[in-house]
Structures are given as structure tokens and as C-alpha cells.
Design a protein around this ligand. Structure first.
Ligand SMILES: Cc1cc2nc3c(=O)[nH]c(=O)nc-3n(C[C@H](O)[C@H](O)[C@H](O)COP(=O)(O)OP(=O)(O)OC[C@H]3O[C@@H](n4cnc5c(N)ncnc54)[C@H](O)[C@@H]3O)c2cc1C
Length: 433
């Protein structure tokens, strides 16, 4: 199902690649991270090409809820605990810089940009909220604990960050992308050294940036161990009243709320892709009980890449692949994450220092509990003797009757009824039986 953002948006159209090319930087993927990277490379006069296998923004970016905030769940207390105050401070500064850049760009773009407070609430753990406020205070950011929320749920409070924002992602990208060097309907099938192959042509580039959501080159980087995908559902309700702030449950499987014009965007029902979860039914039950007069105008689902430690992977793909860079693992916070990624990648390409280089380094330690969950899930599904099998690493696929797709619980690839890839890392359709 299509998201509300496609209703009335006019994204620029680009032709497909029709000859071999040579450039300095090739960007694979036309979502928020790839397009912002192309935009900043153009600003710095660095020759680049962006290729997109479908239309730009046909991936997660077209289905986001587009909140712009530094408050990525209760991330700061977690980062301080895992990596210390200095790393958390760098992450926070990266987010603030990214937010400021959005504010600056949006001044000249008609994209419904609105300043809003952001609230991360908890249903049952006040201590976690208090810890996050203290963590933010230690980092010099003024957040507060809020008692009462204008939501039809019982919470124990929320961490409030003032002056965050929300916008219309496709109106924003329509303007940002219009003069960029983009080829649509151009899928990269493989990369060898500094050459990327499509089905008919190749592009030689000194640097290749994988901004394809889940990176699909498995020879390097081990992303198939470091990430899984989490699927979530959104309904846009008319007649549910006006909501000014942006709200999200600190637990990854809870609800999220924001307004857009006369609509309430209610998100949730999330689960690991390929597993069972609340789905649309959970959101519709909630809407029926709490907004009985509301009408569903749009409903859609999408998924994002989740990392082992909740921090994105941006930078060199692997120590052993000097030509390859990556921007992925945004943990459902890829609006601000993409802005951080784009500025970091441009700085790295230009040889400039950026304090996020180490923080977001994809080769940082993988020793986190989630690694074992990912490994267990992959092993179980590789050994499960059912058909069909995923074209990525051969895991058993499960039929998703709600969305009529074959889904892989290992890494989140999805295929339509006819076996065509909907979500990567799979880069090939299923073989016909
Ligand atoms: C339900 C939900 C709500 C969210 N809400 C928010 C929010 O409120 N705020 C926030 O900050 N973040 C949010 N996010 C996260 C955010 O939307 C994503 O992290 C972000 O859009 C990811 O952008 P991307 O460029 O990495 O990926 P994508 O937008 O998926 O772009 C990748 C592109 O690469 C292309 N591609 C793939 N393979 C190839 C290939 N082989 N050759 C060429 N092209 C290829 C794809 O077609 C796609 O267009 C949300 C996520 C979900 C799931």
C-alpha cells in the first residue's frame, strides 16, 4: 500500500543508464542517505553518479514517518553505558548539526517543515526515563521529564526534547534531487574492485558508496551478521483530533504518533521481518478503541535495518575493501541519520576530519548480545527444510498472508507472490520452480 507522502508529490524523473561511465564517486541507492550524499558532493564540485534500481524514494524513505529528532529512543544513556560520555557527546553533536542543516535547507523548500517537541515515553519504567534525562544533562542538553501526555494511553512519563521538527520527506527530496546526476531504473548487480556492474553496463569509480538500505555485497563487512530488519506499520487517521508533538514508545515494539495536516499518523505493530507481530490489526484495534470517530485514509508498512548497538554503520565498508563505503543501519532514525551519514561521507572523501568517523565506523566491535540472536536466527532458517529459499543466503522464507509476500527472518529480504525482490539484501528474484 502506498504512503500518504506519495499523494500529490511530484518527484523528478530521471532516465536510465545507457552506456558505460567513469566518475569519481558512485552512489548506489536513491533514498534519503544516497540523495543527500549526492547533494553535498555536488556542492563540493566532486564528480559523482547516483544509480537507483527503481524510482528515487521507492525504498524506506517514501514510507517513513519523517520525524527529525536527536532523540532516537533512549539512546544517550545506552551509548554512555556502552562507549562512554565522549562517544555519546559526539553522537549528540552530530545529530544537532544534522537538525540545524535540515532547518537551514528547509527554509528555502516548501516541505511542511514544522518545529515540534519530541517525547519518548515509557509505559512502565520511569527509572529509564530519569536516566535518559540525566544522560542528556551530562552531555549539556536540556531535556525534561514530562508527566502528562495528550495520548489515550497510560504512561509513566516521557523525556521531552524541545525544538525538534517534522516534515514531508518527498516534498523535501523533490527539490533537493531535481538537479542531481541520477539514473533511475538502473540496478547495480555486483561490484568488483572499483567497477560496478548493471545488467548491461558498468561504471568505474574511485569510490563506491552503498546507500542501498541493506548493503548486498557479502564478501566484505559481515553486514549479514551485524544487522537484521524490523518491520512496522502506519495508519493515517482523519478525525482523530490535532496532535502537536511527536511521540514514541521507548520500547522498540510500541506505538508512535505525529500529526500531519488534519491527519494523525499512528505507527506500531512492529516485529522482526519474517516473524509474527501486531501488524495492521494492532493499529486498527487501537484506533477503533481510542479514536472511534476517526477514518483511516492511508495505511502502509515498511522496515529498517537494526544494528547491534543502536548506532548506524557509516564509513568504510570494511578494512579490506578500500573503494567501498556504506551508509546503513539507521534503526528507524534515518532522517537525521542520513544527514549525519551524508556529511560524514563527504568529509571522508575530501580528507576532512569528522568526529563521527570513529563513532559510526562499521568495523567497530561486534561483541553485543544481538549478534548471537542474529546468528541463531540465520542458522535456524538455513537449516529449516522448507521451500522457497531466499536468493540472498538460502534461508527458508515464510509466507506473509497480510502483505502477500515471502519474507526472510534472517536478514529481512522480501519477495512478491511472483518471486520478485521487494526488499534487499536479496538482489535477485526467486528462481521459478
Ligand atoms: C515505519 C518506519 C518509520 C520511520 N520513521 C522515521 C522517522 O520518523 N524519523 C526518522 O529519522 N527515521 C524514520 N524511519 C527510518 C528512515 O525512514 C530510514 O532509516 C531511511 O529512510 C533509510 O534511508 P536509506 O536511504 O538508507 O534507504 P532507502 O530509502 O530504502 O533507500 C535505498 C534505495 O536503494 C535502492 N537500491 C537497493 N538496491 C539497489 C541496487 N542494487 N542498485 C541500485 N539501487 C538500489 C532502493 O530501491 C532504495 O530506493 C522510519 C522507519 C520505519 C520502518
Amino acid at each position: 500500500m502506498s504512503s500518504l507522502w506519495y499523494d500529490g508529490s511530484e518527484l523528478p524523473v530521471f532516465s536510465s543508464l545507457n552506456e558505460n561511465k567513469k566518475t569519481d564517486v558512485l552512489i548506489v541507492g536513491g533514498g534519503m542517505s544516497g540523495i543527500l550524499t549526492a547533494y553535498f558532493l555536488k556542492e563540493r564540485n566532486i564528480p559523482y553518479i547516483l544509480v537507483e534500481k527503481d524510482r528515487i524514494c521507492s525504498g524506506v524513505t517514501g514510507y517513513t514517518t519523517a520525524k527529525l529528532t536527536l532523540s532516537h529512543g533512549l539512546i544517550y544513556s545506552k551509548i554512555i553505558k556502552k562507549y562512554g560520555v565522549d562517544v555519546a557527546a559526539s553522537y549528540l553533536r552530530g545529530c544537532v548539526t544534522a537538525l540545524n542543516k535540515y532547518e537551514e535547507l528547509c527554509q528555502n523548500i516548501d516541505c511542511d517543515y514544522e518545529a515540534r517537541d519530541n517525547y519518548v515515553y515509557s509505559l512502565d519504567d520511569r527509572q529509564k526515563l530519569e536516566n535518559e534525562v540525566l544522560a542528556l544533562e551530562r552531555l549539556g542538553f536540556d531535556a525534561d521529564l514530562c508527566e502528562k501526555l495528550p495520548l489515550p494511553i497510560d504512561t509513566v512519563g516521557a523525556v521531552r526534547c524541545h525544538d525538534q521538527a517534522q516534515f514531508h520527506p518527498l516534498k523535501f527530496i523533490s527539490e533537493i534531487a531535481k538537479d542531481l546526476n541520477i539514473y533511475e531504473h538502473t540496478q547495480v548487480i555486483d561490484v568488483e574492485g572499483s567497477r560496478a556492474f548493471t545488467d548491461k553496463y558498468y561504471i568505474d569509480a574511485e569510490i563506491i558508496i552503498m546507500a542501498s538500505h541493506f548493503p548486498f555485497i557479502d564478501r566484505y563487512g559481515g553486514f549479514f551478521l551485524k544487522m537484521y530488519q524490523h518491520r512496522s506499520y502506519v495508519t493515517a487517521l482523519e478525525g482523530a483530533g490535532k496532535l502537536d508533538g511527536m511521540y514514541v514508545d521507548e520500547s522498540g515494539d510500541g506505538l508512535s504518533f505525529r500529526g500531519y495536516e488534519n491527519l494523525l499518523l499512528l505507527g506500531g505493530g512492529g516485529h522482526r521481518t519474517g516473524k509474527r507481530g501486531g501488524g495492521y490489526a494492532c493499529l486498527r484495534d487501537f484506533a477503533r478503541d481510542n479514536y472511534p470517530d476517526a477514518r483511516e485514509k492511508f495505511a502502509w508498512a515498511t522496515q529498517d535495518c537494526m544494528t547491534l548497538d543502536g548506532i548506524p554503520y557509516v564509513g568504510r565498508y570494511s578494512e579490506s575493501a578500500p573503494h567501498l563505503y556504506v551508509a546503513t543501519g539507521f534503526n528507524k532514525w534515518g532522517m537525521v541519520g542520513s544527514m549525519m551519514a551524508a556529511t560524514l561521507l563527504c568529509d571522508m572523501i575530501c580528507g576532512e576530519k569528522n568526529e563521527l568517523c570513529e563513532v559510526l565506523n562499521p568495523s567497530r566491535s561486534i561483541l553485543h548480545g544481538q549478534l548471537f540472536v542474529n546468528a541463531f536466527e540465520t542458522l535456524t532458517n538455513i537449516l529449516r527444510p522448507t521451500a522457497p529459499r531466499c536468493s540472498h543466503l538460502g534461508c527458508a522464507l515464510k509466507w506473509n498472508s497480510a502483505e502477500k509476500s515471502w519474507d526472510c527472518a534472517c536478514h529481512g529480504s522480501r519477495f512478491d507472490e511472483n518471486g520478485r525482490v521487494i526488499n534487499n539484501p536479496a538482489n535477485k528474484d526467486l528462481k521459478r520452480r
